[in-house]
Design a protein around this ligand. Structure first.
Ligand code: ACO
Length: 274
């Protein structure tokens, strides 16, 4: 089936109740990312990003894997045989959808149902939140086959894990279970596989109650903060709020009215009534 799978068929998606469920769809290859999948994923993100019936995106995997990383045959070996132009093209195709996902206009959740290796740390980090099955397996397996964790994987490990854990994870080639990944900060939570989807839907519903403009500004702010000095962060946040005001001023005014004047909600305890 693998070689017969069309480019379009490498990614599956459906939209239900405002949630775009996007799936890596090469289960017979443990959803490893080949150039066809990378190209198709960018098209799918492009289609979903501005759809009015989509308010949250969930990225998951068909079958036993979330994603077994880059396709060692079709992404690495075949392009290396063709030369530098093919290598760079394949890299750009992969990195461009991960970047698109990092800065997606709507909240994104990684629902890690199984294997998650190497290159898959790119889309893992690109998602704003991450929930894993306790039985999922996370690995920087690069060291096991003689390369360094590239394609952003070392960066992701250093961003999400503490220094000692990042070093151990990258150097030892041992996998983390979903439970260990949650303990070390790679994901928000680990749950029994049977409870995973319900928990993700619950999180989606909470996000859907929030103001969409404020959510977008918030997720971008938290990502930008990581690389800023305190002074730069203060300045960015003032400007980001002022820019958001031009889109979300009504929401903010309404929320303030409900808290200060009508006393119908408290921002510290829940979301205002949209
Ligand atoms: N690249 C290419 N093919 C892959 C990959 C991959 N990353 N992962 C799985 N496959 C293929 C296998 O070659 C096999 O193909 P075949 O049916 O034509 O023989 C098929 O997917 C099924 O894989 P199995 O190994 O038979 O599945 P199993 O369930 O026994 O093991 C596991 C799953 C542990 C994920 C294993 O496939 C594996 O180790 N994959 C590689 C994981 C990895 O290290 N990825 C690279 C990370 S580094 C990076 O991304 C830069």
């Amino acid at each position: 089936m693998a070689e017969g799978r069309t480019e379009e068929d490498t990614v599956a998606f459906e939209v239900k109740d405002g949630i775009a469920w996007v799936q890596f769809n090469r289960p017979e290859k443990r959803n490893c990312m080949n150039p066809r999948l990378n190209r198709q994923m960018l098209r799918v993100l492009d289609e979903l990003e501005f759809r009015d019936d989509v308010s949250v995106l969930v990225l998951t995997g068909e079958g036993e894997a979330w994603s077994a990383g880059m396709d060692l045959k079709e992404y690495f070996r075949e392009n290396e045989e063709k030369g530098l132009r093919a290598i760079r093209t394949a890299q750009r195709e992969a990195y461009s959808w991960w970047e698109r996902l990092r800065w997606f206009e709507k909240p994104t959740i990684a629902m890690i149902n199984g294997w998650c290796f190497g290159g898959a740390y790119g889309p893992l980090f690109a998602c704003d939140l991450a929930f894993a099955a306790e039985s999922a397996q996370f690995g920087l397996s690069e060291i096991n086959w003689g390369i360094l964790p590239g394609g952003g994987a070392s960066k992701v490990a250093s961003e999400l894990l503490n220094f000692r854990n990042a070093m151990y994870h990258a150097m030892m080639g041992e996998n983390l279970s979903g439970i260990q990944a949650a303990e070390q900060g790679l994901v928000n939570e680990a749950l029994p596989a049977a409870a995973l989807e319900d928990r993700v839907i619950e999180v989606c519903k909470t996000l859907q109650e929030k103001d969409a403009t404020a959510l977008r500004a918030t997720k971008w702010a938290v990502r930008r903060m990581r690389e800023m000095t305190y002074d730069n962060a203060e300045d960015y946040l003032i400007r980001a709020q002022e820019a958001a005001n031009s889109f979300g001023w009504d929401a903010r005014k309404e929320a303030t009215k409900q808290f200060i004047d009508e006393k119908t909600f408290k921002p510290g305890l829940g979301t205002f009534d949209k």
